[in-house]
Design a protein around this ligand. Structure first.
Ligand SMILES: [Ca+2]
Ligand SMILES: [Ca+2]
Length: 295
């Protein structure tokens, strides 16, 4: 695997070795009708797009390169560029990241970074095929200096790594959200994304549908449920996720007081909840995610 960053990478002054770990999550969802990969939404002005190219590809014609790039899919993603410019600190330290790097199926690495205002405030990027074209998109949490967090989707747009769409920011600095996951929760063939909005404060699960119309993508909030959480201040991971124990996807979270582990279902209209048993730490979530009975 060879890659090289184009000149102009935004320097952070931090050593490169402490960037986020590789995310190697499996694809979510198959059997969807093939769709358009992404919208033509232009990257934001302050976002500098950095693109790594394999050495061999540089020798090829532009036409060949364009065709090859369109066929490549993201196989891994990680955060890079540690920064302390957004010292919220709910994920165990005050280091967040400015950059997102993805590895493509041909080994190339593409990079993008926020020069100011926004950081990736997250545990790791998640890969999931949200539009059903067979290639994954990247789900991240971004936080704005004055507006707090939002859920954002990145992916390949015309051969480049770009942000495809995002939810609105929460609206206040140092307000965060913790992803639960992505799945077709209600079985209608369209993917949903779920997160807990302010897991330490509002403790509200929100479900957004990933809607594509032609080249336009938008996230539409379709349901919410108060009184659940999946993260406590200082924890370096996010509890639970989405499981499927043979009867459709369920979102695994805790009740607001961390007494019980809950399985939530979305039927297309509302969210229902079922207690799986007492919460006794991360092992309870691990057991629930493995479809095991809680002790
Ligand atoms: Ca896709
Ligand atoms: Ca759905």
């Amino acid at each position: 695997m060879s890659s090289q960053a184009m000149p102009g990478k935004v320097g952070t002054g931090f050593p490169s070795g402490i960037a986020g770990q590789e995310a190697m999550l499996g694809k979510v969802g198959t059997g969807f009708p093939s769709g358009i990969a992404s919208s033509g939404q232009a990257p934001r002005r302050r976002l500098s797009l950095l693109r790594g190219l394999a050495r061999g590809a540089l020798l090829m014609s532009g036409l060949w390169l364009a065709g090859a790039a369109a066929a490549q899919e993201i196989t891994a993603a990680r955060y890079e560029g540690p920064t302390t410019r957004y010292p919220h600190g709910v994920l165990g330290d005050e280091i967040e990241h400015t950059g997102l790097a993805v590895t493509l199926s041909d080994g190339r690495v593409l990079r993008a970074s926020w020069e100011r205002d926004v950081v990736f405030e997250d545990t790791e990027p998640r890969l999931a095929d949200l539009d059903g074209d067979g290639a994954p998109e990247v789900i991240v949490v971004e936080s704005h200096e004055t507006q707090g967090a939002r859920l954002a989707i990145w992916g390949m747009v015309s051969g480049n790594l770009a942000q495809i769409t995002a939810t609105p920011f929460i609206g206040t600095r140092f307000r965060w959200l913790a992803p639960v996951g992505a799945a077709d929760l209600d079985g209608d063939g369209v993917m949903e994304l779920a997160y807990v909005d302010r897991p330490h404060l509002a403790k509200t699960l929100r479900v957004w549908r990933y809607e594509t119309q032609g080249r336009t993508v938008r996230l539409r909030e379709v349901a919410s449920l108060k009184g659940v959480t999946n993260h406590r201040i200082g924890e370096v991971d996010i509890a639970g996720g989405i499981r499927d124990c043979g009867q459709g996807p369920e979102m695994i979270v805790a009740d607001a007081g961390w007494r019980e582990v809950l399985a939530l279902r979305f039927d297309g209209a509302k969210i229902s909840q079922q207690s799986l048993g007492a919460h006794r730490g991360r092992d309870s979530f691990a057991r629930a995610m493995r479809c095991e009975t809680l002790q």
